[in-house]
Ligand binder design. Sequence first.
Ligand SMILES: Nc1nc2c(c(=O)[nH]1)N[C@H]1C(S)=C(S)[C@@H](COP(=O)(O)OP(=O)(O)OC[C@H]3O[C@@H](n4cnc5c(=O)[nH]c(N)nc54)[C@H](O)[C@@H]3O)O[C@H]1N2
Ligand SMILES: Nc1nc2c(c(=O)[nH]1)N[C@H]1C(S)=C(S)[C@@H](COP(=O)(O)OP(=O)(O)OC[C@H]3O[C@@H](n4cnc5c(=O)[nH]c(N)nc54)[C@H](O)[C@@H]3O)O[C@H]1N2
Ligand code: SF4
Ligand SMILES: [Mo]
Length: 751
Amino acid sequence: MAETKIAHRICPVCEAGCGLEVATRGREIVGIRGDDEDFFSRGHICPKGVALKDLDGDPDRLRRPLVRRGGKLEPASWQEAFAAIEAALPAIRSAYGPHAVAVYIGNPTAHNLGLAVGFGALAQALGTRNLFTAGTIDQVPKQFACGLLFGDTLTVPVPDIDRCDYLLMLGANPMVSNGSLWMVPDFKGRLREMRARGGRLVVVDPRRTETAAVADAHFFIRPGTDAHFLLALLHVLFRDGLAGPGALAAHIAGYAEIEALARKVPLAAMSAQCGISVEAIEEIAQALATTERAAVYGRFGTTTQKHGALASWLIEVVNVVAGNLDRPGGAMFAKPPAFAANTRGEPGRGPGFTPHRYEARVGGHREVMGELPLAALAGEIEVEGPERVRALVCVAGNPVLSAPNAARLDAALGKLDFMVAIDLYLSETARHADVVLPGTTALEKCHYDNFLSAFLTRNAARYSPPLFEHDADHVSEWEVMLQLSSIASGAGVQNRAGLQAMEDGIVRYLIDAAVGDPHGIVHGRSAEEIYAKLGNRRGVERILDLQLRTGPYGDGFGVKPGGLTLAAVEAAPHGGLDLGPLCPRLPEVLRTPSGKIELAPALLMNEAERLLAAPPPAPAGMLLIGRRQARSNNSWMHNLPVLAKGPFRCTLMVNPSDAVRPGLEDGGFARVRGRVGAIEAVVETSDTLMQGVVSLPHGWGHDLAGTGLALARARPGVNSNIVADDAELEPLTGTAVLNGIPVDIEPLPAL
Ligand SMILES: Nc1nc2c(c(=O)[nH]1)N[C@H]1C(S)=C(S)[C@@H](COP(=O)(O)OP(=O)(O)OC[C@H]3O[C@@H](n4cnc5c(=O)[nH]c(N)nc54)[C@H](O)[C@@H]3O)O[C@H]1N2
Ligand SMILES: Nc1nc2c(c(=O)[nH]1)N[C@H]1C(S)=C(S)[C@@H](COP(=O)(O)OP(=O)(O)OC[C@H]3O[C@@H](n4cnc5c(=O)[nH]c(N)nc54)[C@H](O)[C@@H]3O)O[C@H]1N2
Ligand code: SF4
Ligand SMILES: [Mo]
């Protein structure tokens, strides 16, 4: 019998990036627990981390490609799968042009180095305008606001929770989600420490969440009105002489415009609209301005709503005006060791962020960060025209469950001429594909949080090599992306040597960029020398090594002895190197053309003026919001035994006082009807919800024909996105309004 071994590695499932201790015996996983010695996560783990064992062993997980033959998806070799793609994709591109092929990039890509880096190559090879990601069903409004403010869409401040004494949290539930656009493992422990030193957490949320339950105060807010609340806060900051950006003042453009806007905000009207009293707003403003170390943080509930960009912007404006940006204990910027635009090029200045550079063919949707709103995809497939989308490459995404007006998108995908999915499962979305390429599991690939390191709550370089080799004939996700790029660009299917040459080309391109950066650590050096010094490492890890070594802590290939290299990170025990607490980064972090924080961008100022001029909304019916759950991960971990057990969770939560009115009862059934669709759900009464608000978790609805998820199918739940409206979008980014959806609730007779 093989001996039991212990490995330490980073959990790739969510943004917390917990250190795991994995016990293995040969190829078998014996158990997974939190790694107490990990400086970053300090032993924290959640049920999803434990479930990686079930994921590894899941009999439903795809191990071989599937190819559609005679209408049926059948197991095939990798060669056959790539040949099937080669037979279809280039022909569609040459007949109808590059925009006829769309790409969708799902959430797990952000936690997957091979897919994330490979995606750049694929997007370039395809040259399509029809690029969609999970961003427009999630965080794009926050990136949009930060892009305009700071000049780069990954320059997003996070609360410095380890030193903060007053944290105002809007629309986030890190006790369950473990944080988002904020790498904050062990939120619970960090909060405990904050409160032990006298710090306070105040939560603003239409539901008294698991986070609200451990906070010092919780205020219900009417869904979609965070911008009203934040404008009111700003008003009080100026009215009461609490405004004062302090040392930041030298780095701000547009402060006078913000003051003028804030002073004319009608406080009582804003308070009435958001449902938070004037006294509470005054108290919060006072605390934010007078607590030495304070911050405001907003997340999913503030981005996927009607005024998501406005709310995201105003959160940072409040941080600036109250003097809390870029100081210890406030809202701070991480300094990522690799891949970050705000550590490259001229410090403190850059080209800035320009949204709305082009439009979709259908519906007037506008580009943001090189992508179009996911809500536009169905129309691009449905509406006839020479550039109609006829093919889709879906990378680690499940939009049939995760996108608004899900039934429409599901039907539209059925009209494609050709579709490729890269997934671990035959999912609700992958079932539409003609070719499904299986990814490797979490433990068969390396891990490095490349984008997410922009949101570190403590600077760190953390890396895990693969724990298990994948099967010899399995193609890694990095190679899959290269192969698809080659096919898309018309160069055909490559053998290993061909893929290696493509990888070399990317590495050489990146080296040229590094030696060409006049502000970079290897400026002016010979590209050949750098290439040689990268040594024999191959795969996406070679690119990571290059990025680390030319990054802000890098060894610069000999310039800074003892500087960062991938080998050094790899050698560190417990998965990585602690690079210390967050440090002030203004003004060098900025990449705006002016070299200032652009506090009052015209797009957002106009939006604020529109909000102030709009009449108060007519009293709405019920508003639907979402609800994350500890044993779910968006739409895809419901097939794992350790997570699937326990009480049925896909319930419609209703406040008891609302339940009385329409005749609803606990355990009964109700129909939830929105403008675009209706679903039937089990009712759970709960006084944790604000009156007039109902809540349903997302990512359920596993009863569609043709999937390969036996366990999930046994308790399918319902897909809340069938009622999410794909025409009701945040105006500046096209982000779906997934919180605050107007619905009618109607009781149904028991089944
Ligand atoms: N109503 C409502 N809708 C929502 C949300 C909500 O709160 N409410 N949340 C939104 C948010 S925040 C997000 S991020 C999106 C997510 O939306 P998506 O990204 O579209 O969907 P996921 O559920 O993350 O599905 C990911 C897919 O990738 C596969 N996968 C997992 N790991 C890997 C891997 O390592 N390799 C490969 N190749 N495939 C993998 C899974 O099997 C699954 O099919 O949903 C959004 N939709
Ligand atoms: N267990 C688990 N963890 C996850 C995920 C998961 O599916 N399951 N998904 C991961 C992903 S992809 C993401 S993006 C993150 C998201 O992580 P978070 O940003 O923490 O998001 P949620 O947990 O959805 O919390 C959003 C909160 O906003 C509230 N809300 C709804 N509408 C409004 C509003 O109008 N105003 C305000 N102020 N609040 C509102 C909701 O009640 C909810 O409590 O979680 C990640 N972590
Ligand atoms: S919170 Fe859970 S899913 Fe997220 S990284 Fe930690 S163990 Fe993994
Ligand atoms: Mo997300």
